[in-house]
Write a protein that binds this ligand. Structure first.
Ligand code: NAD
Length: 485
């Protein structure tokens, strides 16, 4: 790596620059536990400069024709695709995820985010209401908000970073964005791609640093009109407390503890394959993973033995190895947090069916590897079923009736997604209506159509992303009423 790549810099007004304080944070490679770079520990002053750059760019960008904006967005998508291998390697090194996953999911989706919103903005329209009998007509203008803040987590770094930035830019806003300090690399690399695509200077500014300082400075900056945040529920609550008295628009995508409900009448083989994936993809570090498995009593013992056998066969290894199904967890503190849940399991009357231990990968002994872990619980009330673990850990228990399954699915503070395995249409409709989640998958998992509303209920968030929802969030509607004679 060149020294420029090792030292990640802020991207402000189209330039790469060091933090004003010249303070830096270590960037770790989860696969071997070593520091492989430094990232800016940006202060309020850096955020201020980014806001100023955005403010200067806004009059031009907000009045750029939709065709031109769309063209630039599509070029950014092409730029990401052209660097697929390079970006996937960078993502895998920064996050610990298997390179195969970054190649097939993370980076292609980042390109799709720009392409989707580059197209969507050309189709975005507003309503008109004719007030018959009053000689009046109303129409709605949808104006960009101005400068908006986008703050993203470490689990799907470029995927989620671009999921926010793309609609914000498409709608004509200027953006001050911060990726997670745990996985800053691909956000840094995006700056160059934006310059090459001809995105005007200052339209997108990327500031790196810690949540409590850099993130906080973005959220509390008076010129930032809206904040789109994805991350933990506690952080979301803190952001809401800061932003609400300033009357900022907020989109919060927060934690989850998603039920995976399996009925005896399902397509068993498809369910089994998908459940292995929905439990352990990305080391279980996807907000949509089905971390609580509930299985109908009549197939519980069969499922238990088949599932555990499949999980035991999953290979944990270095992210760059083709055979690795699970790579490393994202950080040492996160590995320790996940392990503490596992250690606590027996005290909660739970049984570890497989996994539960750190894995030593030869030549990478200090990497943050953990066996995929299946825990049988006795009650949905236990901590393992109520708190978000966000690692390669799933719990399972049986149920007797549909009512019992539904009650347990909803008996949690979170409400992001649910997966249902059944071929019974009536049951499908009953659950679709009654599940307290923003997303219900039936006989599938994580099948994403970018036009659909994405987000959670209860403590999993406020608002929805995706499609028109995102473009509506990033615009201010203004009704104009004209009476004529
Ligand atoms: P986190 O809340 O610790 O951090 C997320 C981002 O917020 C980071 O960029 C961080 O620096 C920043 N941040 C932290 N404190 C801040 C503050 N006071 N002000 C402003 N910004 C601040 O979350 P994480 O550990 O990076 O990610 C894991 C969490 O994200 C899990 O809870 C997971 O469920 C959730 N998540 C949710 C979704 C979803 O769509 N609902 C998607 C992915 C991840």
């Amino acid at each position: 790596m060149t020294s420029k790549e090792t030292y990640i810099q802020n991207f402000i007004n189209g330039n790469f620059q060091n933090p004003k304080s010249d303070e830096w944070i270590d960037n770790f490679n989860p696969a071997n536990g070593e520091v492989y770079g430094k990232i800016p520990n940006s202060s309020k002053a850096d955020v201020e400069e980014a806001v100023n750059a955005s403010a200067k760019a806004f009059p031009g960008w907000s009045t750029t024709t939709v065709e031109e904006r769309s063209k630039i967005m599509l070029k950014i998508a092409d730029g990401i695709e052209a660097k697929l291998q390079f970006l996937a390697e960078a993502e895998s090194k920064d996050n610990g995820k298997p390179i195969s996953l970054a190649l097939s999911v993370d980076i292609p989706r980042a390109a799709s985010n720009f392409r989707f919103f580059g197209h969507a903005i050309t189709q975005f329209a507003s309503e008109a209401h004719e007030s018959v009998g009053h000689n009046a007509v109303n129409f709605t203008l949808r104006k960009p908000l101005g400068i908006v803040g986008c703050i993203s987590p470490w689990n799907l770094p470029l995927y989620l970073f671009t999921w926010k930035i793309a609609p914000a830019l498409a709608a004509g806003n200027c953006v001050v964005a911060k990726p997670s300090e745990v996985t800053p690399m691909t956000a840094y690399l995006l700056g160059e791609i934006c310059n090459q695509a001809g995105l005007p200077k200052g339209v997108l500014n990327i500031v790196h640093g810690l949540g409590q300082t850099t993130g906080q400075a973005i959220v509390e900056h008076p010129q930032i009109k809206a904040v789109s945040f994805t991350g933990g529920t506690a952080t979301g609550e803190h952001i809401a407390r800061t932003a609400a008295p300033m009357f900022k628009k907020l989109s919060l995508e927060l934690g989850g503890k998603n039920p995976n409900l399996i009925f005896a009448d399902c397509d068993y083989d498809k369910m089994l394959d998908t459940t292995v994936r929905s439990s352990f993809a990305n080391q279980g570090q996807i907000c949509l993973c089905g971390s609580r498995i509930f299985v109908e009593e009549s197939i519980y013992e069969k499922f238990k033995s088949d599932f555990v056998a499949r999980v035991k066969a999953l290979k944990v290894g270095h992210p760059s190895e083709k055979e690795s199904k699970l790579g490393a967890l994202v950080s040492k503190p996160h590995l320790e947090k996940v392990l503490s849940f596992i250690e606590d399991a027996p005290a909660q009357g739970a049984t570890i069916l497989c996994g539960g231990k750190k894995v030593t990968v030869p030549s990478f002994e200090n990497g943050y590897y953990l066996e995929p872990t299946v825990i049988e619980v006795k009650s949905n009330q236990c901590k393992l079923n109520q708190e978000e673990i966000f690692g390669p850990v799933v719990t399972m228990m049986s149920f007797k009736t549909e009512e019992e399954a539904l009650a347990m699915a909803n008996e949690v503070r979170y409400g992001l997604s649910a997966t249902l395995w059944t071929n019974n249409l009536n049951r499908t409709m009953r659950f679709s209506n009654e599940l307290q989640t923003g997303i219900v998958w039936v006989n599938t998992w994580m099948m994403r159509d970018l036009r659909t509303p994405f987000g959670g209920m209860k403590d999993s968030g406020v608002g929805r992303e995706g499609g028109w929802e995102a473009l509506r969030f990033f615009t201010e509607p203004k009704n104009v009423c004209i009476q004529y004679s």
